[in-house]
Design a protein around this ligand. Structure first.
Ligand code: PLP
Length: 425
């Protein structure tokens, strides 16, 4: 393996490398591959882990004797709220158990803030001249498309290993009341794998904001999704915000989408009890209660909070080798070349690959032509615009391990070819 950085190669050596990679790429194309690293979905093997759910619940009554098949219980089944309150380090009365999608809960909160305002709003956000959100990047594509759909402007700040660049956030929101909120994926962020430190969380909870109704959308989608035995504990944002005098600032979200069934799990909202009452008040206009049969099924399946943690170990055993494989191939093929950096996440669903600036779209296009679907370049940025055209999100959970290997070998070839093209252009 020649591991000389491209920057240290002579012009002749670079041309030779380009020819070599072109040949490798032609050979790759001739294989007619059809591989997909685009979506952070659980594999069939992971979904199978929860198949017992299909035979549950064994009863139709909750612990209070209420028939779960009927209407009612807008806030969700108490036993399930208690279970996930413990897992999310909040109080049961701060938790709502809802339908199958936390993204839908986020959408509902945003829409109601725009239409009606929050518990601490002077007026509905829709009556403000301009509403803006702070968006740490790279981030979750659907967070950005959701804001875009509502006409909320996005201003980016860098996502660092310990969370959003809190100095940059604080500077934006201190004097400008158009900033009404921000996204934070606190644990094993999509796609950077970052974990918000206690210090960053405390500063976000306490920072002065010009908008009295500033909201932190604390999307803890990967709270329990550890890839190593060391299980990161998310910062307790509700307590921190409450202690700092901003109890209504955070809205926390989580779900079992990547714990049980991605399409038939349970989503959770956690917030101050005033925010919970606000949420349920609006929810009640359009719902007579959630799917409590599914709630009960989940309670029976897990048995206890520890049951959820034990279940996540089984996921880890399936997906950790896939993440290790991504790192192995990238290290072997690209290590020392100076053409890419990537993270080795301790949890979550993604690997964040940064290639030579200006080549991410080219890499994705080359991969596509060779039959490997990658998430479009720029997807992790508002309006799908990566200013440096450098970022690629890899999602290795869904394909079988052998396909991850094949796909990553192909990605490495595309990264090297695009870098060699740029260096010789
Ligand atoms: N939040 C983040 C950060 C995600 O990565 C995802 C899915 O990829 C979701 C939310 C979607 O969650 P749900 O399935 O509960 O709607």
């Amino acid at each position: 393996m020649n591991a000389t950085a491209l920057a240290d190669l002579s012009a002749d050596e670079l041309t030779a490398l380009l020819e070599e990679q072109r040949a490798a790429y032609e050979q790759l194309k001739s294989r007619g591959l059809k591989l997909d690293l685009t979506r952070g979905k659980p594999s069939a093997q992971q979904l199978d882990l929860a198949d017992e759910l299909l035979r549950l619940p064994t009863t139709t009554k909750d612990s209070a004797g209420v028939d779960v098949r009927n209407y009612g219980g807008l806030e969700g089944l108490e036993e399930l709220r208690e279970m996930f309150a413990e897992l999310l380090w909040v109080e049961p009365e701060q938790v709502v158990a809802g339908g199958n999608s936390s993204l839908t809960m986020m959408r509902d909160c945003l829409v109601w803030l725009v239409l009606f305002g929050g518990v601490d709003s002077e007026r509905p956000w829709g009556q403000e001249e301009k509403v803006r959100f702070v968006c740490p990047v790279p981030g979750y594509d659907r967070h950005f498309t959701l804001l875009e759909s509502l006409g909320i402007e996005m201003v980016t700040v860098p996502m660092r290993e310990d969370g959003p660049d809190v100095d940059a956030v604080a500077a934006l929101v201190a004097d400008d009341p158009t900033f009404k909120g921000m996204w934070v994926v606190p644990t094993y962020a999509n796609p950077s794998g970052s974990i918000v430190s206690q210090d960053v969380a405390a500063r976000l909870a306490a920072m002065p904001t010009a908008a009295p109704d500033f909201k932190i959308f604390w999307d803890n989608a990967y709270a329990l999704h550890h890839l190593t035995e060391e299980e990161a504990k998310s910062a307790d944002i509700l307590t921190l915000a409450s202690a700092a005098g901003h109890p209504h600032r955070p809205l926390m979200f989580a779900s079992t989408s990547k714990i049980t069934f991605a399409g038939a799990g349970v989503a959770f909202l956690a917030a101050s009890t005033d925010n919970v009452a606000w949420y349920l008040g609006h929810l009640g206009n359009g719902s007579i209660g959630p799917d409590k049969v599914n709630h009960l099924r989940h309670v029976e399946f897990f048995g206890s909070p520890q049951g959820v943690r034990d279940h996540m170990v089984k996921h880890r055993e399936i997906i950790a080798p896939k993440f290790a494989e991504v790192d192995r191939v990238l290290t072997e093929r690209l290590g020392g070349r100076g053409v890419a950096t990537w993270n080795t996440p301790a949890g979550g669903y993604f690997v964040n690959l940064d290639v030579v600036p200006g080549t991410a779209s080219r890499v994705v296009a080359l991969a596509k032509e060779a039959g490997i679907a990658l998430t479009p370049a720029g997807s992790s940025f508002p309006h799908k615009q990566d200013p440096d055209d450098t970022n690629i999100r890899l999602a290795p959970t869904m394909p079988p391990l052998a396909e991850v290997t094949e796909a990553m070998e192909a990605v490495a070839t595309c990264v090297l070819l695009a870098a060699a093209e740029k260096a010789t252009a």
